[in-house]
Design a protein around this ligand. Structure first.
Ligand code: SF4
Ligand code: SF4
Length: 56
């Protein structure tokens, strides 16, 4: 399991700074999560102002 960032993302970058395993990077129009790195901690979902990261 990994979290995925939906199209609600406004590319603020807040989640990338708080991911403990640096799984989040800036993508094309939104941020993206590397499913190979994500440990499902939920930090990104908890801090995102848009509710963009969702458990897959
Ligand atoms: S915190 Fe939310 S809106 Fe900001 S970059 Fe991450 S997913 Fe996108
Ligand atoms: S759920 Fe945790 S490990 Fe996965 S991308 Fe979000 S902050 Fe990083």
């Amino acid at each position: 399991m990994a979290y995925v960032i939906t199209d609600a993302c406004i590319s603020c970058g807040a989640c990338a700074a708080e991911c403990p395993v640096e799984a989040i990077s800036e993508g094309d129009g939104k941020y993206v999560i590397d499913p190979e790195k994500c440990i499902d901690c939920g930090n990104c979902a908890g801090l995102c102002p848009m509710g963009a990261p969702q458990p897959e």
